[in-house]
Design a protein around this ligand. Sequence first.
Ligand code: PLP
Length: 363
Amino acid sequence: MQNLKIILNTNLKKKPDATTKLGFGKKFTDHMFTMIYKEGKGWHNAQIQPYSHIAFDPATTIFHYAQGIFEGLKAYKNEKDEILLFRPEENFKRLNASARRMCIPEIDEKFALQALSKLLEIEKDWIPTAEGTSLYIRPSIIATNVALGVHPSIEYLFFIILSPVGSYYKKGLAPIKLLVEDFYVRAAVGGTGAVKCIGNYGASLKVAENAIQHGCDQVLWLDANEHKYLEEVGSMNIFVVIDDTVITPALTGSILPGITRKSCIELLRASGYRVEERDISIEEVIDAQETGSLTEMFGSGTAAVVSPVGSFQYKYKEYTIGNGCMGQVAQFLYSVLTGMQYGKIEDKFNWSYNVTKKAKQEI
Ligand SMILES: *Cc1c(COP(=O)(O)O)cnc(C)c1O
């Protein structure tokens, strides 16, 4: 393993009370991982250090041109007090895919996962155990060159911070209401919609605000070309169930390839469900709603795992899905995926990554 320096924090914070509402991404642990890149030197100075502010020159590239990327995953604790991750290799693989799109030098995926594991062992007591809670992990890479010229930075900072989180949605697993957006777009094929780059969400905030003003919780994006085909929802991929077939938009270049999406597809197929990855138009969904063959719609993502959609609004008309409650497929996915994440059920797919066990094997 590459050299990893550890500087322990001697001024530990008071851990939040697990019984109070943790919210999402508001509190952070005592340590963070950092590593820097310099042209000619590569990635170096990997260290775990006390969580702290970081100061940058106002002319730093990230502030002006958003040359930066991130990931999002979670750590859980099982009944044996062991630390579990869910398919973390996929997150570091995707981080490198995002890096390639944004001209950021790739990281050593294996080393990043080992460094994260070490960080998690140090912060183990920060992993909440109440139902629906976890330790959210945010790896990021930002361009730290001080220069206003528009070109790839020659210096970068990779950091990983940790945040104990409650349920992503304030209302818990209650079905959400979506506004089908037929003017603004999230991403076009050829753009950056398929990678987790720092600029994507900034451009979506106005549209999300508009959805809330219309009494909806989130935006259901349509394709940029024709404003016709479903793309995804906020920070989640989208699934619909029509005539017992589970359908999700194919990854055609503007949709973020969610790890939860991939897991849902693999799990459903292995359990005998018919799953289609293809274009699905809003008209097809409305037709199916009107004939009663649309039984479910749900989002998938690390933060919420599976989030049922109770209704959607399109061109000022509202459509209720099924009986407006969580459907069978969403319920199945939610219980199996969270069961694996918390180490409560058998993991036939080998998706659960036991940090504690791996650490013991390495000694
Ligand atoms: C991260 C993200 C997702 C979900 O990906 P997961 O790997 O399942 O967490 C979906 N859409 C967007 C836009 C995202 O940023």
